[in-house]
Design a protein around this ligand. Sequence first.
Ligand code: NAP
Length: 495
Amino acid sequence: MTMTPIQPLHARTGQPLGEPLPTATNAQIDAAVDLAHAAFASWQASDGATRGALLRALAAALEARRDTLVPLADDETALGPVRLNGELDRTAFQLRRFAALAEAGVPFTALDDPAVPGAPPVGHPALQRTRVPLGPVAMFSASNFPFAFSVLGGDTASALAAGCPVVVKAHPGHPRLSLATFELIGQVLQASGLPAGLIVGVLGGVDAGVRLIRHPRIAACAFTGSTRGGAALQAEAQARPRPIPFYGELGSINPVIALPAVLATRGAELATTLAGSITLGCGQFCTSPGVLVLIDGDAAQRAGNDAFVQALGDALRAAQPHPMLTPGMRRAFDTGVAAWWAAGAQPLLNESSSGPAPRPVLAQVDAAGFLQHPALRDEVFGPAALVVRCGSIEQATALLAAVGGSLTVTLWGAETDSADARRLVRAAMAMAGRVLFGGVPTGVAVAAGQQHGGPWPSSTAPMTTSVGDAALDRFLRPVALQDAPAWLMPLHGRV
Ligand code: NAP
Protein backbone atom coordinates (compact mmCIF):
# COMPACT_ATOMS: atom_id res chain seq x y z
CA MET A 1 0.00 0.00 0.00
CA THR A 2 1.42 3.43 -0.92
CA MET A 3 1.17 6.12 1.74
CA THR A 4 1.10 9.81 0.81
CA PRO A 5 4.26 11.58 1.99
CA ILE A 6 3.91 14.58 4.29
CA GLN A 7 5.20 17.86 2.90
CA PRO A 8 6.40 20.07 5.79
CA LEU A 9 5.32 23.68 5.37
CA HIS A 10 6.80 26.96 6.48
CA ALA A 11 4.00 28.30 8.71
CA ARG A 12 4.79 31.97 7.99
CA THR A 13 4.61 31.62 4.21
CA GLY A 14 2.76 28.37 3.57
CA GLN A 15 5.66 27.38 1.28
CA PRO A 16 7.24 23.89 1.29
CA LEU A 17 9.95 23.38 3.87
CA GLY A 18 12.49 20.79 2.77
CA GLU A 19 11.65 17.49 1.11
CA PRO A 20 8.40 15.53 1.55
CA LEU A 21 8.74 13.00 4.36
CA PRO A 22 7.79 9.34 3.97
CA THR A 23 4.91 8.16 6.09
CA ALA A 24 4.62 4.84 7.87
CA THR A 25 3.22 1.84 6.01
CA ASN A 26 0.67 -0.38 7.71
CA ALA A 27 3.42 -2.92 8.34
CA GLN A 28 5.56 -0.24 10.00
CA ILE A 29 2.67 0.87 12.21
CA ASP A 30 2.06 -2.73 13.27
CA ALA A 31 5.77 -3.17 13.93
CA ALA A 32 5.80 -0.01 16.07
CA VAL A 33 2.98 -1.39 18.25
CA ASP A 34 4.68 -4.78 18.50
CA LEU A 35 7.85 -3.04 19.67
CA ALA A 36 5.89 -1.15 22.33
CA HIS A 37 4.16 -4.36 23.39
CA ALA A 38 7.54 -6.08 23.77
CA ALA A 39 8.77 -3.22 25.96
CA PHE A 40 5.68 -3.37 28.19
CA ALA A 41 6.65 -6.59 29.96
CA SER A 42 9.69 -5.10 31.69
CA TRP A 43 8.42 -1.51 31.95
CA GLN A 44 5.23 -2.39 33.81
CA ALA A 45 7.40 -4.13 36.42
CA SER A 46 10.01 -1.34 36.60
CA ASP A 47 10.48 0.62 39.81
CA GLY A 48 9.97 4.33 40.33
CA ALA A 49 13.69 5.11 40.21
CA THR A 50 14.00 3.57 36.73
CA ARG A 51 10.99 5.45 35.41
CA GLY A 52 12.17 8.67 37.03
CA ALA A 53 15.65 8.33 35.55
CA LEU A 54 14.24 7.97 32.02
CA LEU A 55 11.91 10.94 32.40
CA ARG A 56 14.70 13.11 33.82
CA ALA A 57 17.06 12.07 30.99
CA LEU A 58 14.40 13.02 28.43
CA ALA A 59 13.92 16.42 30.09
CA ALA A 60 17.67 17.06 30.06
CA ALA A 61 17.99 15.98 26.42
CA LEU A 62 15.16 18.29 25.42
CA GLU A 63 16.85 21.21 27.12
CA ALA A 64 20.25 20.32 25.66
CA ARG A 65 18.78 20.35 22.11
CA ARG A 66 16.88 23.60 22.64
CA ASP A 67 18.93 25.49 20.05
CA THR A 68 18.02 22.96 17.37
CA LEU A 69 14.47 22.15 18.37
CA VAL A 70 13.07 25.65 18.92
CA PRO A 71 14.02 26.93 15.42
CA LEU A 72 12.57 23.74 13.87
CA ALA A 73 9.34 24.31 15.81
CA ASP A 74 9.28 27.98 14.90
CA ASP A 75 9.59 27.28 11.16
CA GLU A 76 6.71 24.80 11.27
CA THR A 77 4.38 26.65 13.66
CA ALA A 78 5.23 30.41 13.57
CA LEU A 79 4.68 30.50 17.33
CA GLY A 80 7.89 32.46 17.90
CA PRO A 81 10.99 31.69 19.99
CA VAL A 82 9.76 33.29 23.22
CA ARG A 83 6.62 31.18 23.39
CA LEU A 84 8.42 28.04 22.16
CA ASN A 85 11.28 28.33 24.65
CA GLY A 86 8.70 28.76 27.41
CA GLU A 87 6.79 25.74 26.16
CA LEU A 88 9.96 23.65 26.07
CA ASP A 89 10.64 24.67 29.70
CA ARG A 90 7.14 23.63 30.66
CA THR A 91 7.55 20.29 28.89
CA ALA A 92 10.82 19.57 30.73
CA PHE A 93 9.08 20.59 33.99
CA GLN A 94 6.24 18.13 33.27
CA LEU A 95 8.68 15.31 32.56
CA ARG A 96 10.49 15.98 35.85
CA ARG A 97 7.23 16.29 37.75
CA PHE A 98 6.10 12.85 36.60
CA ALA A 99 9.60 11.57 37.36
CA ALA A 100 9.17 12.80 40.94
CA LEU A 101 5.75 11.15 41.20
CA ALA A 102 7.14 7.82 40.01
CA GLU A 103 10.11 8.11 42.39
CA ALA A 104 7.73 8.88 45.26
CA GLY A 105 5.86 5.64 44.47
CA VAL A 106 2.57 7.24 43.38
CA PRO A 107 1.90 4.63 40.64
CA PHE A 108 2.44 1.86 43.19
CA THR A 109 0.15 3.01 45.97
CA ALA A 110 -2.27 0.38 47.30
CA LEU A 111 -5.06 0.28 49.83
CA ASP A 112 -4.81 -2.58 52.32
CA ASP A 113 -8.17 -3.72 53.68
CA PRO A 114 -7.41 -6.52 56.19
CA ALA A 115 -9.74 -9.47 56.62
CA VAL A 116 -12.69 -9.01 58.97
CA PRO A 117 -13.87 -12.22 60.66
CA GLY A 118 -17.52 -13.15 60.61
CA ALA A 119 -20.32 -13.58 58.15
CA PRO A 120 -20.77 -11.17 55.22
CA PRO A 121 -21.57 -8.42 54.68
CA VAL A 122 -19.62 -7.32 57.76
CA GLY A 123 -17.01 -10.04 57.52
CA HIS A 124 -14.85 -10.13 54.40
CA PRO A 125 -11.56 -11.57 53.11
CA ALA A 126 -8.30 -9.60 53.05
CA LEU A 127 -8.28 -7.26 50.08
CA GLN A 128 -5.53 -5.13 48.62
CA ARG A 129 -6.71 -2.63 46.09
CA THR A 130 -3.80 -1.82 43.81
CA ARG A 131 -3.32 -0.63 40.24
CA VAL A 132 -1.70 -1.99 37.09
CA PRO A 133 -0.59 -0.14 33.96
CA LEU A 134 -2.92 -0.62 30.98
CA GLY A 135 -0.37 -1.43 28.26
CA PRO A 136 0.83 0.37 25.11
CA VAL A 137 -0.85 3.76 24.68
CA ALA A 138 -1.58 5.33 21.28
CA MET A 139 -0.87 9.03 21.65
CA PHE A 140 -2.03 11.69 19.16
CA SER A 141 -0.06 14.94 19.28
CA ALA A 142 -1.72 18.33 18.93
CA SER A 143 -0.68 20.95 16.39
CA ASN A 144 -0.85 23.96 18.68
CA PHE A 145 1.53 22.75 21.39
CA PRO A 146 4.49 21.30 19.47
CA PHE A 147 6.26 20.45 22.74
CA ALA A 148 3.85 20.34 25.70
CA PHE A 149 1.04 18.32 24.02
CA SER A 150 3.19 16.55 21.45
CA VAL A 151 5.84 13.83 21.30
CA LEU A 152 7.30 14.36 24.79
CA GLY A 153 4.27 16.16 26.21
CA GLY A 154 2.14 15.42 29.24
CA ASP A 155 0.44 12.33 27.80
CA THR A 156 3.76 10.63 27.06
CA ALA A 157 5.26 11.66 30.41
CA SER A 158 2.27 10.49 32.46
CA ALA A 159 1.90 7.20 30.54
CA LEU A 160 5.58 6.36 31.02
CA ALA A 161 5.39 7.23 34.72
CA ALA A 162 2.38 4.92 35.02
CA GLY A 163 4.33 2.05 33.42
CA CYS A 164 2.97 2.20 29.86
CA PRO A 165 4.98 2.41 26.61
CA VAL A 166 3.73 4.98 24.10
CA VAL A 167 3.28 4.92 20.32
CA VAL A 168 3.10 8.55 19.24
CA LYS A 169 1.34 9.64 16.09
CA ALA A 170 3.22 12.82 15.24
CA HIS A 171 1.13 15.78 14.14
CA PRO A 172 1.55 16.47 10.41
CA GLY A 173 1.73 20.20 11.24
CA HIS A 174 5.23 19.81 12.71
CA PRO A 175 6.75 16.64 11.23
CA ARG A 176 10.37 17.85 11.15
CA LEU A 177 10.29 18.76 14.83
CA SER A 178 8.66 15.42 15.62
CA LEU A 179 11.36 13.48 13.74
CA ALA A 180 14.11 15.39 15.57
CA THR A 181 12.40 14.59 18.88
CA PHE A 182 12.10 10.89 17.98
CA GLU A 183 15.82 10.88 17.18
CA LEU A 184 16.61 12.43 20.56
CA ILE A 185 14.40 9.84 22.29
CA GLY A 186 16.18 6.99 20.50
CA GLN A 187 19.53 8.24 21.75
CA VAL A 188 18.27 8.60 25.33
CA LEU A 189 16.76 5.11 25.35
CA GLN A 190 19.93 3.59 23.93
CA ALA A 191 22.19 5.44 26.37
CA SER A 192 19.93 4.34 29.24
CA GLY A 193 19.98 0.71 28.13
CA LEU A 194 16.18 0.72 27.85
CA PRO A 195 14.04 -0.91 25.13
CA ALA A 196 13.47 1.12 21.96
CA GLY A 197 9.77 0.27 22.21
CA LEU A 198 9.13 2.51 25.22
CA ILE A 199 8.45 5.48 22.93
CA VAL A 200 7.91 4.77 19.26
CA GLY A 201 7.11 7.40 16.63
CA VAL A 202 4.77 7.12 13.67
CA LEU A 203 4.43 9.68 10.90
CA GLY A 204 1.26 9.57 8.86
CA GLY A 205 -2.21 10.93 8.14
CA VAL A 206 -5.72 9.92 9.17
CA ASP A 207 -5.29 6.35 7.88
CA ALA A 208 -2.21 5.86 10.01
CA GLY A 209 -4.05 7.08 13.10
CA VAL A 210 -6.97 4.74 12.46
CA ARG A 211 -4.62 1.79 11.88
CA LEU A 212 -2.88 2.58 15.14
CA ILE A 213 -5.99 2.84 17.30
CA ARG A 214 -7.42 -0.37 15.80
CA HIS A 215 -4.33 -2.39 16.64
CA PRO A 216 -5.32 -5.17 19.08
CA ARG A 217 -2.24 -4.57 21.24
CA ILE A 218 -3.05 -0.90 21.86
CA ALA A 219 -4.60 -0.68 25.32
CA ALA A 220 -5.63 3.01 25.52
CA CYS A 221 -5.58 6.20 23.49
CA ALA A 222 -4.64 9.73 24.55
CA PHE A 223 -5.71 12.38 22.06
CA THR A 224 -5.40 16.16 22.01
CA GLY A 225 -7.06 17.88 19.09
CA SER A 226 -10.31 18.95 17.52
CA THR A 227 -13.75 17.82 18.64
CA ARG A 228 -14.38 16.35 15.20
CA GLY A 229 -11.14 14.36 15.14
CA GLY A 230 -11.65 13.26 18.75
CA ALA A 231 -15.19 12.09 18.05
CA ALA A 232 -14.04 10.05 15.04
CA LEU A 233 -11.22 8.39 16.97
CA GLN A 234 -13.39 7.76 20.02
CA ALA A 235 -15.84 5.94 17.74
CA GLU A 236 -12.90 3.86 16.46
CA ALA A 237 -11.85 3.04 20.02
CA GLN A 238 -15.38 1.90 20.83
CA ALA A 239 -15.89 -0.05 17.59
CA ARG A 240 -12.90 -2.33 18.19
CA PRO A 241 -13.69 -5.97 19.03
CA ARG A 242 -12.20 -5.08 22.42
CA PRO A 243 -13.03 -1.40 23.07
CA ILE A 244 -10.37 0.61 24.91
CA PRO A 245 -10.33 3.75 27.08
CA PHE A 246 -10.12 6.90 24.99
CA TYR A 247 -8.91 10.09 26.66
CA GLY A 248 -9.73 12.92 24.25
CA GLU A 249 -8.88 16.51 25.13
CA LEU A 250 -10.88 18.54 22.66
CA GLY A 251 -11.89 22.09 21.81
CA SER A 252 -13.70 24.50 24.09
CA ILE A 253 -15.27 27.97 24.01
CA ASN A 254 -14.39 28.92 27.61
CA PRO A 255 -17.11 31.41 28.60
CA VAL A 256 -16.10 34.49 30.58
CA ILE A 257 -18.93 36.01 32.66
CA ALA A 258 -18.26 39.58 33.74
CA LEU A 259 -20.69 41.06 36.30
CA PRO A 260 -21.51 44.77 35.88
CA ALA A 261 -20.00 45.88 39.20
CA VAL A 262 -16.53 44.58 38.36
CA LEU A 263 -16.60 46.23 34.94
CA ALA A 264 -17.64 49.54 36.53
CA THR A 265 -14.44 49.61 38.60
CA ARG A 266 -11.90 47.67 36.50
CA GLY A 267 -13.38 47.67 32.99
CA ALA A 268 -10.46 49.31 31.16
CA GLU A 269 -7.85 47.01 32.69
CA LEU A 270 -9.96 43.90 32.11
CA ALA A 271 -10.64 44.81 28.47
CA THR A 272 -6.90 44.94 27.80
CA THR A 273 -6.30 41.68 29.68
CA LEU A 274 -9.11 39.88 27.86
CA ALA A 275 -7.97 41.11 24.43
CA GLY A 276 -4.49 39.78 25.25
CA SER A 277 -5.94 36.38 26.12
CA ILE A 278 -8.14 36.24 22.97
CA THR A 279 -5.17 37.00 20.68
CA LEU A 280 -2.47 35.10 22.60
CA GLY A 281 -0.79 32.61 20.26
CA CYS A 282 -3.17 33.89 17.55
CA GLY A 283 -6.06 32.48 19.60
CA GLN A 284 -4.84 28.92 19.02
CA PHE A 285 -5.37 27.67 22.55
CA CYS A 286 -7.95 25.17 23.73
CA THR A 287 -8.50 27.58 26.67
CA SER A 288 -8.90 30.70 24.52
CA PRO A 289 -11.90 32.76 25.76
CA GLY A 290 -14.40 32.50 22.90
CA VAL A 291 -17.55 33.82 24.60
CA LEU A 292 -18.03 36.84 26.84
CA VAL A 293 -21.32 36.99 28.77
CA LEU A 294 -22.49 40.44 29.95
CA ILE A 295 -25.55 41.10 32.08
CA ASP A 296 -27.56 44.21 31.16
CA GLY A 297 -29.70 44.44 34.30
CA ASP A 298 -30.60 48.16 33.95
CA ALA A 299 -29.73 51.16 31.78
CA ALA A 300 -26.62 52.05 33.79
CA GLN A 301 -25.31 48.51 33.55
CA ARG A 302 -26.03 48.43 29.84
CA ALA A 303 -24.03 51.64 29.36
CA GLY A 304 -21.13 50.21 31.41
CA ASN A 305 -21.17 47.03 29.36
CA ASP A 306 -21.25 49.04 26.12
CA ALA A 307 -18.15 50.92 27.25
CA PHE A 308 -16.42 47.65 28.07
CA VAL A 309 -17.23 46.15 24.67
CA GLN A 310 -15.95 49.33 23.00
CA ALA A 311 -12.67 49.11 24.96
CA LEU A 312 -12.35 45.42 24.15
CA GLY A 313 -12.86 46.10 20.44
CA ASP A 314 -10.25 48.89 20.53
CA ALA A 315 -7.71 46.63 22.21
CA LEU A 316 -8.38 43.85 19.71
CA ARG A 317 -8.07 46.25 16.79
CA ALA A 318 -4.61 47.21 17.98
CA ALA A 319 -3.45 43.59 18.22
CA GLN A 320 -1.30 42.00 15.52
CA PRO A 321 -1.83 38.23 15.58
CA HIS A 322 0.92 36.14 14.03
CA PRO A 323 0.31 33.60 11.24
CA MET A 324 -1.76 30.57 12.08
CA LEU A 325 -0.26 27.10 12.47
CA THR A 326 -1.38 25.69 9.14
CA PRO A 327 -3.20 26.88 5.99
CA GLY A 328 -6.01 24.50 6.94
CA MET A 329 -6.49 26.25 10.29
CA ARG A 330 -6.45 29.63 8.59
CA ARG A 331 -9.25 28.50 6.27
CA ALA A 332 -11.15 26.96 9.18
CA PHE A 333 -10.99 30.29 11.03
CA ASP A 334 -12.71 32.12 8.13
CA THR A 335 -15.29 29.34 7.87
CA GLY A 336 -16.02 29.51 11.59
CA VAL A 337 -16.44 33.29 11.57
CA ALA A 338 -18.68 33.08 8.48
CA ALA A 339 -20.88 30.62 10.41
CA TRP A 340 -21.34 33.30 13.11
CA TRP A 341 -22.56 35.81 10.57
CA ALA A 342 -24.87 33.22 9.01
CA ALA A 343 -26.34 32.61 12.47
CA GLY A 344 -27.16 36.30 12.87
CA ALA A 345 -24.25 37.55 15.00
CA GLN A 346 -23.54 41.28 14.65
CA PRO A 347 -19.97 42.12 13.57
CA LEU A 348 -18.28 44.59 15.94
CA LEU A 349 -14.78 44.11 14.54
CA ASN A 350 -14.36 42.32 11.23
CA GLU A 351 -11.49 43.71 9.19
CA SER A 352 -10.73 41.87 5.99
CA SER A 353 -7.49 39.95 5.92
CA SER A 354 -5.75 37.50 3.65
CA GLY A 355 -2.56 35.53 4.09
CA PRO A 356 -1.59 33.30 6.99
CA ALA A 357 -2.20 35.90 9.76
CA PRO A 358 -5.88 36.68 10.47
CA ARG A 359 -7.23 39.90 11.98
CA PRO A 360 -9.03 39.64 15.34
CA VAL A 361 -12.81 39.32 15.15
CA LEU A 362 -15.37 40.52 17.70
CA ALA A 363 -19.06 39.76 17.33
CA GLN A 364 -22.18 40.29 19.42
CA VAL A 365 -25.50 38.53 19.84
CA ASP A 366 -28.31 38.57 22.37
CA ALA A 367 -29.03 35.63 24.66
CA ALA A 368 -32.01 34.48 22.59
CA GLY A 369 -29.88 34.32 19.46
CA PHE A 370 -27.13 32.43 21.26
CA LEU A 371 -29.61 29.89 22.58
CA GLN A 372 -31.31 29.52 19.21
CA HIS A 373 -28.23 28.89 17.02
CA PRO A 374 -25.95 25.96 17.91
CA ALA A 375 -23.35 27.30 15.44
CA LEU A 376 -22.68 30.16 17.87
CA ARG A 377 -21.58 27.63 20.48
CA ASP A 378 -18.97 25.95 18.26
CA GLU A 379 -15.30 26.65 18.87
CA VAL A 380 -13.81 29.11 16.35
CA PHE A 381 -10.12 28.26 16.64
CA GLY A 382 -8.29 31.58 16.31
CA PRO A 383 -8.46 35.19 17.59
CA ALA A 384 -12.25 35.61 17.71
CA ALA A 385 -14.73 36.22 20.52
CA LEU A 386 -18.50 36.48 20.71
CA VAL A 387 -20.14 38.87 23.18
CA VAL A 388 -23.50 37.59 24.45
CA ARG A 389 -25.77 40.20 26.04
CA CYS A 390 -28.32 38.90 28.51
CA GLY A 391 -30.76 40.46 30.92
CA SER A 392 -30.37 38.45 34.10
CA ILE A 393 -28.30 35.94 36.07
CA GLU A 394 -30.92 33.29 35.19
CA GLN A 395 -30.29 33.90 31.51
CA ALA A 396 -26.53 33.69 32.05
CA THR A 397 -26.91 30.30 33.73
CA ALA A 398 -29.15 29.15 30.85
CA LEU A 399 -26.36 30.11 28.43
CA LEU A 400 -23.87 27.97 30.33
CA ALA A 401 -26.27 25.05 30.33
CA ALA A 402 -26.68 25.42 26.56
CA VAL A 403 -22.90 25.34 26.05
CA GLY A 404 -22.96 22.06 27.96
CA GLY A 405 -19.24 21.45 28.44
CA SER A 406 -16.11 23.58 28.57
CA LEU A 407 -12.56 23.26 29.81
CA THR A 408 -13.03 26.51 31.75
CA VAL A 409 -15.51 29.12 32.89
CA THR A 410 -14.25 32.46 34.20
CA LEU A 411 -16.41 34.44 36.65
CA TRP A 412 -15.43 38.05 37.20
CA GLY A 413 -17.29 39.62 40.11
CA ALA A 414 -18.25 36.67 42.33
CA GLU A 415 -16.03 37.75 45.24
CA THR A 416 -18.92 38.29 47.65
CA ASP A 417 -21.21 35.48 48.79
CA SER A 418 -24.74 36.01 47.47
CA ALA A 419 -27.55 33.96 46.00
CA ASP A 420 -26.60 35.16 42.50
CA ALA A 421 -22.91 34.32 43.01
CA ARG A 422 -23.85 30.83 44.21
CA ARG A 423 -26.19 30.33 41.25
CA LEU A 424 -23.45 31.28 38.81
CA VAL A 425 -20.80 29.17 40.51
CA ARG A 426 -23.14 26.17 40.55
CA ALA A 427 -23.92 26.59 36.85
CA ALA A 428 -20.23 26.98 36.01
CA MET A 429 -19.14 23.94 38.03
CA ALA A 430 -21.87 21.88 36.34
CA MET A 431 -20.29 22.30 32.91
CA ALA A 432 -16.60 23.16 33.29
CA GLY A 433 -13.44 21.38 34.38
CA ARG A 434 -11.89 24.54 35.85
CA VAL A 435 -13.67 27.63 37.23
CA LEU A 436 -11.59 30.81 37.51
CA PHE A 437 -12.45 33.77 39.75
CA GLY A 438 -9.72 36.04 38.44
CA GLY A 439 -7.43 36.35 35.47
CA VAL A 440 -7.99 34.72 32.09
CA PRO A 441 -8.32 31.05 31.10
CA THR A 442 -5.26 30.83 28.86
CA GLY A 443 -2.34 29.33 30.81
CA VAL A 444 -2.87 25.95 32.47
CA ALA A 445 -0.74 25.39 35.58
CA VAL A 446 0.99 22.02 35.81
CA ALA A 447 0.13 21.22 39.42
CA ALA A 448 -1.43 18.68 41.75
CA GLY A 449 -4.72 20.58 41.95
CA GLN A 450 -5.20 20.99 38.22
CA GLN A 451 -8.20 19.72 36.26
CA HIS A 452 -7.89 20.03 32.49
CA GLY A 453 -10.89 18.34 30.93
CA GLY A 454 -14.59 19.09 31.14
CA PRO A 455 -17.88 17.60 29.96
CA TRP A 456 -18.45 16.98 26.24
CA PRO A 457 -17.61 18.65 23.87
CA SER A 458 -14.48 19.76 25.72
CA SER A 459 -13.30 16.24 26.46
CA THR A 460 -14.42 12.65 26.13
CA ALA A 461 -13.47 11.67 29.69
CA PRO A 462 -14.42 14.48 32.09
CA MET A 463 -13.56 12.39 35.16
CA THR A 464 -9.90 12.60 34.14
CA THR A 465 -7.36 15.32 33.44
CA SER A 466 -4.60 15.57 30.83
CA VAL A 467 -2.65 18.21 32.79
CA GLY A 468 -1.37 17.92 36.35
CA ASP A 469 -0.46 15.02 38.58
CA ALA A 470 -3.75 13.14 38.21
CA ALA A 471 -3.05 12.68 34.47
CA LEU A 472 -1.14 9.58 35.52
CA ASP A 473 -4.31 7.90 36.84
CA ARG A 474 -5.64 7.56 33.27
CA PHE A 475 -3.18 4.79 32.50
CA LEU A 476 -3.62 2.67 35.63
CA ARG A 477 -6.43 0.18 36.18
CA PRO A 478 -7.51 -0.87 39.69
CA VAL A 479 -7.16 -4.53 40.67
CA ALA A 480 -8.27 -6.05 43.98
CA LEU A 481 -5.99 -8.83 45.29
CA GLN A 482 -8.02 -11.07 47.57
CA ASP A 483 -6.26 -13.16 50.24
CA ALA A 484 -2.96 -12.50 48.43
CA PRO A 485 0.10 -14.42 49.64
CA ALA A 486 2.49 -12.59 51.96
CA TRP A 487 5.20 -12.28 49.31
CA LEU A 488 2.88 -10.41 46.96
CA MET A 489 1.53 -7.81 49.39
CA PRO A 490 4.58 -5.50 49.56
CA LEU A 491 4.95 -5.47 45.76
CA HIS A 492 1.68 -3.56 45.32
CA GLY A 493 0.92 -5.33 42.07
CA ARG A 494 4.38 -4.77 40.54
CA VAL A 495 5.28 -8.32 39.50
P1 NAP B 1 -6.86 17.74 14.85
O1 NAP B 1 -6.98 18.33 13.50
O2 NAP B 1 -8.04 17.04 15.40
O3 NAP B 1 -5.60 16.76 14.78
C1 NAP B 1 -5.13 16.01 15.88
C2 NAP B 1 -4.65 14.65 15.40
O4 NAP B 1 -5.77 13.83 15.14
C3 NAP B 1 -3.85 14.68 14.10
O5 NAP B 1 -2.83 13.71 14.18
C4 NAP B 1 -4.87 14.30 13.08
O6 NAP B 1 -4.31 13.68 11.95
C5 NAP B 1 -5.71 13.31 13.82
N1 NAP B 1 -7.05 13.20 13.30
C6 NAP B 1 -7.95 14.22 13.14
N2 NAP B 1 -9.12 13.73 12.65
C7 NAP B 1 -8.94 12.38 12.52
C8 NAP B 1 -9.78 11.32 12.07
N3 NAP B 1 -11.04 11.54 11.66
N4 NAP B 1 -9.28 10.07 12.08
C9 NAP B 1 -8.01 9.84 12.47
N5 NAP B 1 -7.16 10.80 12.88
C10 NAP B 1 -7.62 12.06 12.92
O7 NAP B 1 -6.49 18.84 15.92
P2 NAP B 1 -5.32 19.93 15.90
O8 NAP B 1 -5.48 20.76 14.71
O9 NAP B 1 -4.05 19.31 16.13
O10 NAP B 1 -5.59 20.80 17.22
C11 NAP B 1 -6.45 21.87 17.28
C12 NAP B 1 -7.60 21.52 18.19
O11 NAP B 1 -7.12 20.90 19.38
C13 NAP B 1 -8.39 22.72 18.67
O12 NAP B 1 -9.75 22.41 18.57
C14 NAP B 1 -7.97 22.89 20.11
O13 NAP B 1 -8.93 23.52 20.89
C15 NAP B 1 -7.72 21.48 20.51
N6 NAP B 1 -6.78 21.38 21.63
C16 NAP B 1 -7.22 20.90 22.82
C17 NAP B 1 -6.37 20.83 23.91
C18 NAP B 1 -6.84 20.31 25.24
O14 NAP B 1 -6.01 20.08 26.11
N7 NAP B 1 -8.12 20.10 25.44
C19 NAP B 1 -5.04 21.24 23.78
C20 NAP B 1 -4.62 21.71 22.54
C21 NAP B 1 -5.51 21.76 21.47
P3 NAP B 1 -4.18 14.43 10.55
O15 NAP B 1 -3.65 15.79 10.81
O16 NAP B 1 -3.27 13.55 9.79
O17 NAP B 1 -5.54 14.51 10.00
